[in-house]
Design a protein around this ligand. Structure first.
Ligand code: IVH
Length: 726
């Protein structure tokens, strides 16, 4: 129940009707996508809900009574479909799907055999064949009247001009979905970009834009491009209209028949006998959504029996014998509010988009990287643009492009700043030909120092509790004191409570990530993370104590962690471990030549050169000197010296190369890998023929599959500790 009063219901329904009609008109008549599909579906759903609860508010012109959109197209001639093209009702959860299946079986008064198909994210097309010849092709329009796109459709290679095989009726309307295969779409966009033409935000927009082009308005070159785009389109059929007595009993048999006539049918369908089968189909395709050759936005579950189609019938909008299960959207529209430049620990200046917060693929997104100036230009986005944002699964959010049709003249071009936003130094490519711009103030740029300090505390380096992103910012860019406690990481191990105590920082808004402003004064809201009031007395906060203790404890950590913490380009944990165990001390590393360094297994020339260059810089050496003075040994106690690597550990995994994938109960990822090393094993991140054992736990994925393919020994997570002799 909505909890609405009848008069509220009336008002809300009217508002929803207007909005949906406006959106549908824009989409169907002008090919403009004003909101994401999921938002449109949500509006429709709310309207349906209200109309169900208050049938009296339903009006004749409600969009719930139509398929959506009008056929009021000025571009193409109207075509009245011989039989109405229905849309589909949607469900969004497995519960709703199973409820719908149960209700349909009750209405049919029998157990039903189901046909599950993927829902292609394209656009519907109805093709009329008379005596086996293609005579007309039309878009869906409002379901009753569509647009005549016959001439364009004739150029789509997979659509036969003449049906093959036998048994086709004199007149038949075959329905299907026109789409771009993902690879074809990528190719098309590359070509469009190469030719200086606009790129498409997604395959569906590209398909719709390509099919609904008018040849008359084009010059020779444009005509060639238009034909090229049409030739790249694909089609799969998903139904048949205007055929009173088909010679088969089931929809699945219709597909076999259509296929025998030369019509392209999808390989992705499956007949199941119950809800469990349909749910498994939904889940399987959800997981492998991106492995298909084209994009899908859901699954269509249909009653297979054609006789039951007739008996169950249709509402004015959709058949009662089919339903669309919609996956959560991976693409949404939002507004590009700003492009700001962030400077990271390596000084690279990265433009990133600040967007109106929007939920996509289950999380709220407000920022997305735009990588570099060239990418901003290539995407063609303007400040203030409505943009299409994509986030597939747990993949990083990506801006696909602007919705050009929604520009109203207020959008402005973005200009890459010439100075570092944090220290003002002139940004420039590090060397000629580099795409990236960098801040040259490596030693003191607060953004770079902040990034390096954060890196020092990170898990792969010194793993210091209490030294994360927020603390690193507080130490390097506080509001008070005017001179930050750290102007370079050299002083990190000299920090005392007295240095931390006065620190004041701005509070960031959790919604926007921007500094929070006091409503009355308009000044930034600040806080003091390192002092607290106990019994009216100011004392160091728990965070302050934690940080000082974390820094003190860190000094006795392994040498390799310090090598990582020095922020030397290319020196990550693997190289650092190899260097540490071969040389035993930073002094020995410092004394080694490039050749000696690169000869170490796991090091190589690039890393060796990077190390030597790093050690030549005065302020880098100063970091080492000051850390050493603060008590960092930079040496493995008892190491016998260069070349005499510490004996390999003689444990149950001695000499074995091991991959850990998924969760090992009772271990963190790092902990599990360390345990493997302690047991004498060598940890590798990828499975190959050289792998001896793959430990698989919850969440294991492709590595397990690969191990199975290669016939490598697989050990379950439950036996992890046992195998390691723990
Ligand atoms: S059957 C009478 N099957 O989705 C039922 N439709 O959102 C007609 N679509 O209008 C549709 N893949 O354009 C069906 N495997 C599939 C489909 C599919 C995509 C489209 C179709 C329909 C729309 C509804």
């Amino acid at each position: 129940m909505s909890g609405l009063t009848p008069s509220d219901a009336h008002a809300q329904a009217a508002e929803l009707r207007d909005r949906i009609t406006e959106l549908a008109d824009a989409y169907y008549a002008r090919n403009e996508l004003l909101v994401a599909d999921a938002d449109y579906d949500e509006l429709m759903r709310r309207l349906e809900e209200i109309e169900r609860e208050f049938p009296e508010v339903q009006s004749q012109d409600s969009p719930t009574q139509f398929v959506g959109g009008s056929a009021d197209s000025t571009l193409f001639d109207p075509v009245v479909h011989r039989e109405r093209l229905y849309s589909l009702d949607n469900v969004f959860t497995v519960e709703e799907l199973t409820q719908w299946m149960a209700k349909t079986e009750r209405d049919a008064d029998q157990a039903v055999q189901w046909l599950c198909e993927v829902k292609i994210d394209g656009l519907a097309l109805s093709m009329r064949y008379e005596n086996g010849l293609l005579v007309q092709a039309a878009t869906r329009g409002d379901g009753v009247t569509g647009e005549d796109v016959t001439e364009n459709v004739r150029l789509i290679p997979s659509i036969p001009q003449r049906l093959t095989g036998e048994g086709h009726p004199d007149v038949v309307e075959i329905r299907g979905e026109v789409f771009f295969r993902t690879a074809e779409f990528a190719d098309l966009n590359t070509r469009q970009a190469f030719l200086g033409e606009k790129t498409f935000a997604n395959p569906r927009n590209a398909a719709s834009g390509s099919l609904r082009q008018k040849a008359e308005s084009k010059n020779e070159r444009q005509l060639e491009l238009m034909q090229d785009r049409l030739k790249r389109l694909s089609l799969y059929v998903h139904g048949i209209g205007a055929w009173a007595h088909p010679p088969v009993a089931n929809q699945s048999e219709i597909y076999e028949l259509l296929s025998s006539w030369g019509m392209p049918t999808s390989p992705y369908w499956s007949v199941v006998l119950d809800a469990a089968g349909a749910v498994a189909y939904v889940e399987r395709n959800g997981e492998h959504r991106h492995d298909l050759e084209h994009e899908i936005d859901g699954v269509v579950v249909k009653v297979d029996s054609l006789e039951l189609h007739d008996r169950l019938g249709a509402t004015s909008r959709a058949p009662r014998w089919a339903i669309a299960y919609k996956y959560p959207p991976e693409q949404v529209n939002t507004v590009l509010l700003d492009i700001v430049v962030g400077v990271g620990r390596t000084g690279r200046a990265t433009p990133y988009a600040v967007m109106k917060p929007v939920t996509v693929a289950g999380s709220v997104v407000r920022q997305a990287t735009l990588h570099n100036k060239a990418v901003v230009v290539q995407k063609g986005v303007l400040l203030g643009d409505t943009i299409v944002l994509r986030k597939a699964g747990d993949v990083i959010p990506e801006i696909l492009g602007p919705v050009v049709e929604l520009r109203d003249g207020t959008q402005r071009e973005w200009v890459m700043p010439t100075g570092c936003p944090e220290c003002g130094a002139t940004l420039a490519p590090a060397k000629e030909g580099d795409i990236d711009f960098r801040c040259p103030n490596t030693e003191h740029c607060p953004a770079q120092v902040r990034g390096r300090v954060e890196h020092i505390g990170s898990r792969g380096a010194l793993d210091i509790e209490g030294l994360g992103e927020v603390t690193a910012a507080a130490l390097t860019q506080p509001i008070v004191p005017a001179t930050p406690p750290l102007t370079s990481e050299a002083g990190l191990f000299d920090l005392t409570i007295d240095d931390l105590f006065p620190i004041e920082v701005t509070v960031k808004d959790s919604e926007t990530g921007l500094a929070k402003l006091d409503e009355k004064t308009g000044q930034p809201v600040t806080q003091t993370p390192f002092r607290a009031t106990v019994k009216k007395e100011l004392v160091p906060s728990q965070d302050a104590l934690k940080l000082i203790k974390g820094l003190a404890d860190a000094k006795s950590k392994d040498l390799w962690r310090f090598l990582v913490a020095l922020n030397i380009r290319h020196v990550g944990p693997v190289a650092a471990r190899a260097l540490a165990s071969h040389f035993g001390s930073l002094t020995a590393i410092d004394a080694a030549t490039v050749d000696e360094l690169s000869a170490v297994d796991g090091v190589g020339a690039i890393i060796a050169l990077s190390l030597v260059e790093w050690l030549e810089v005065d302020w880098h050496r100063d970091i080492v000197t000051r850390w050493r003075a603060a008590g960092v040994p930079f040496a493995i106690p008892g190491h016998p010296g260069p070349g005499a690597a510490l004996e390999t550990i003689d444990g149950p995994l001695a000499g074995m190369t091991v991959v850990v994938t998924g969760t090992m109960p009772g271990f963190t990822r790092d902990g599990a890998e360390e345990a493997v090393r302690q047991a004498g094993g060598k940890v590798s991140s990828s499975v190959s023929k050289k792998t001896d054992i793959v430990f698989v736990g919850e969440g294991a994925g492709s590595k397990q599959t690969k191990a199975e393919e290669l016939g490598i020994r697989i050990v379950q997570a439950a036996d992890f500790a046992g195998t390691l002799g723990l």
